[in-house]
Design a protein around this ligand. Structure first.
Ligand code: CA
Length: 657
């Protein structure tokens, strides 16, 4: 469609008249299957004609039938086909202003290879035994979560995983797997580690891995959505048969749940791989995206386009999609990619819809965009607006991320753990989960001079994610003259900060075994953007869980401790104000605080980023030490009577009385 015409459509879509007459509220968009018939309904309010094509397969020239659809309510078109169509593939032919395009149904629940066609499916046939009656691991408060960010292929593709279904959903169903040292890998390892949620990098159908040539190793993070309501095919054992990826995805979720681990999906509703030729745009040109005044796709995602969540039917699509993943696949939480592209109202409606569906569904996202957006600042679901979004939506705390290890944009810049002075208030800002606390000097906080979180449930604290260098690589790049021993201590101190801070702790898989993404043999050059890098860079190297066992044990110990002490997981800012007190008059690079709880006692946490032993004066009493030096856990390591305690170089100390 010509830009002038597209802009005319675009401006009409925003009018009340259009919304009033052309909004569809029903829950039957897509292909609704029964044994007797399948009913199709697609929203195409500007179309002159819509046809359903039925095919035998997901890719070949094997058209079975064309059915002309009828105009129906709210801008939709419908058709009903008699007979059992389970396993039949379909597309829509949509004609707008005499231009006809073939598109996959955005509401398709199954697709063929590379997502080129939708597939009609009897979803009940895809449930593994016991799936519909499974019970989820208990989960109460958002701050009880310990999030582990994982790419499905990375998890198992390396031979060191000892797994059979390498690179596949089914790898998560494999128990008893071991590395060459005989230590647990895979799901057994995750269970032992004690994390509460696996956060999967994009697992819906994306475009950049060719599912038709899986014998050739290919890798992508998957931030290029094609079919939002269907699992990615390359992680299945057969991407040609639409039902296989669905069943295997469910087996993965079921396996994780059975080991006590919940599942978060990374969702990328903010843009699509294609712009003008995307399924959305072929069906309703100009509706689902924001355009510039010139009629070009605006690009706040940095990936070529940005969706328009403020439009009623885009908002409905997002909510319907999330509810579907929750209901059909039992997904327990969603991480919004570039959440700042979405409007606040949409995110609040998402929260409400999920709350009505099930308690305990996590929602968090990146509180920024990847470029300029025409959506006004005050309407964006940005970190800076998160206070107005309620306690049930969280944002990544990039202030503590950069405070701990140094800016992600300057690889040689150190942070608190690696000796950068003046970072105390930024770390304290993380400790209070970016909320209002009298004992934080906000004027000294890196990148924010105010508490952006209303409640501690709104801050996801982290030092590493898939973006940028791994924590271990960042430490190496920013401390060229330090010993390995000191670098290990820096990593441990980072973990102690993340896991003793209020808010929701998060890290990239493998941070706890010093995951690295080296680009050369000498390991002096590291991949800071491995979105399409080969497996040898990205995969989890499972030998590291043995070779860096002391680091894994430290993380595991901190996780145990965090789970035991609810005072580390407070849910209200008012509780923090009452029960979290920082010690004053400390020397440089020292932070200490005491948490008080009527039953759990007092928990004293001290961070020392100095390379020397440091004395710290604490209240007198019978203190039991649970973390010091390179050890942490629920075992008492030592006792003292308070007064002056000495803290090892680059380490944390945790005591309880
Ligand atoms: Ca795909």
């Amino acid at each position: 469609m010509k830009k002038e015409r597209l802009l005319e459509h675009y401006s009409r879509f925003s009018t009340r008249e259009f919304e009033a007459s052309m909004t569809y509220h029903g829950d039957d968009l897509g292909a609704v299957w029964t044994e007797e018939e399948t009913r199709f309904r697609v929203w195409a309010p500007t179309a002159e004609q819509v046809v359903v094509n039925l095919y035998r397969t997901g890719e070949q020239s094997d058209l079975l039938q064309k059915i002309i659809m009828k105009k129906a309510s709210g801008g939709t078109w419908t058709a009903t086909v008699r007979g059992n169509l389970n396993g039949i593939y379909y597309t829509y032919l949509v004609t707008v202003e005499q231009e006809t395009k073939e598109a996959v149904d955005p509401y398709a629940k199954a697709v063929g290879v590379n997502g080129k066609r939708g597939m009609i499916i009897d979803l009940s046939s895809t449930n593994p035994p016991g799936f519909t009656s499974e019970t989820k691991p208990e989960f109460i408060n958002d701050t009880d979560a310990i999030l582990y960010e994982l790419h499905i292929r990375d998890f198992s593709i390396d031979p060191s995983s000892g797994m059979v279904h390498r690179g596949k959903y089914l790898a998560f169903t494999e128990t008893g797997t071991k590395n060459s040292y005989g230590d647990a890998t895979g799901i057994d390892y995750l269970k032992q580690l004690g994390i509460t949620h696996v956060h999967l990098l994009p697992a819906f159908d994306y475009g950049t891995v060719d599912e038709a040539r899986l014998q050739t190793p290919q890798f992508n993070w998957g931030y290029d959505p094609v079919n939002y309501n269907v699992p990615e095919g390359s992680y299945s054992t057969d991407p040609y048969r639409g039902e296989v990826r669905i069943r295997e995805f469910k087996q993965m979720v079921q396996a994780l749940h059975s080991q006590g681990i919940r599942v978060v999906m990374d969702v990328v509703y903010n843009h699509t791989l294609e712009s003008g030729n995307s399924n959305f745009n072929c069906i309703v040109p100009g509706y689902y995206y924001r355009l510039t005044p010139e009629g070009d796709f605006s690009n706040a995602s940095g990936c070529g386009n940005e969706t328009a969540s403020e439009r009623v039917m885009m908002r409905k699509f997002i909510i319907d999609s999330l509810l579907y993943w929750n209901r059909e696949y039992h997904i327990d939480g969603f991480r919004f990619d570039l959440m700042g592209i979405h409007d606040i109202r949409t995110m609040k409606e998402v929260r409400k819809a999920l709350d009505e569906a099930e308690a305990g569904i996590l929602l968090y996202g990146e509180g920024w965009t990847g470029g300029l957006s025409p959506l006004p600042d005050h309407e964006r679901a940005m970190k800076s607006n998160i206070r107005s979004m309620g306690g049930g939506i969280a944002a990544f705390n990039d202030n503590i991320r950069d405070g701990i290890k140094g800016s992600v944009f300057h690889q040689e810049e150190p942070g608190y753990i690696s000796g950068k002075p003046g970072m105390e208030d930024t770390i304290k800002y993380g400790v209070v989960a970016a909320t209002q606390h009298d004992w934080v000097d906000y004027s000294k906080v890196l990148g924010a001079d105010y508490p952006w979180a209303l409640e501690p449930t709104q801050a996801v604290n982290y030092a590493s994610a898939h973006d940028n260098h791994t924590l271990w690589d960042k430490i190496a790049l920013s401390t060229p003259y330090d010993s390995r021993e000191d670098r290990v201590r820096m990593n441990l101190l980072s973990a102690a900060i993340i896991l003793t801070s209020q808010g929701i702790p998060f890290w990239q898989a493998g941070e706890e075994f010093l995951r690295s993404k080296p680009l050369n043999e000498e390991k002096t050059w590291f991949d800071g953007n491995s979105y399409a890098s080969p497996d040898r860079v990205n995969s989890l190297k499972w030998e590291l869980v043995t070779e860096n066992r002391e680091v894994v044990d430290y993380y595991r110990g901190l996780i145990e401790f965090r789970k035991k002490y609810s005072v580390l997981r407070m849910t209200k800012t008012a509780e923090l104000e009452a029960h979290l007190h920082f010690l004053k008059w400390l020397d440089t690079n020292l932070i200490a605080f005491i948490l008080t709880h009527p039953k759990e006692g007092e928990v004293c946490v001290i961070y020392n980023a100095n390379k020397s032993w440091q004395p710290v004066h604490i209240p007198e009493g019978e203190w039991k030490v649970y973390a010091k030096g390179k050890r942490a856990g629920n075992q008492v390591l030592d006792t003292n009577t308070g007064g002056v305690v000495n803290i090892e170089p680059i380490s944390a100390m945790i005591m309880v009385r």
